[in-house]
Design a protein around this ligand. Sequence first.
Ligand SMILES: [Ca+2]
Length: 153
Amino acid sequence: LLQESFGLTWEHGKPGWAGNYSLLLDLVALRLEEKITASGGKIFAANGKKADFYTAVQECSQAGGTIAIPRSEGENAAVRRLVQRYNTYAYLGIKETLIPGKFRSLGGAELNYTHWHAREPSGKGEEECVEMYTDGTWNDKKCNQNRLVVCQF
Ligand SMILES: [Ca+2]
């Protein structure tokens, strides 16, 4: 999953711990480069690629994860660090319901944690997706913008 997205070198030739150790070092390197962040047992990853919302959902699924849905202040901060690293807003895995201004996670769960920017959501049915600003706050936005792909694993 993470291997393909980041070009990690899985050394099949090395049996046992040597191969695992090599992958572990690569993961540590990604963390130091702030391409992956962690919070509450979740790993969030971004490789700098940008896409519209539906492509982002697909890309994360292909990578073996899902598009990021921060469910706590800590998780929101973990996603924010990636947004800041690439200085690019990111789509979150949150969609507007049929009730304008009412949002749910992609899986349909209620949002127990939100971090809306002041006076957001403002789209009233016209902005069905949600992006994260570089300060970590959320804005409802049309789904066809080019935004940082952030996946969770
Ligand atoms: Ca908005």
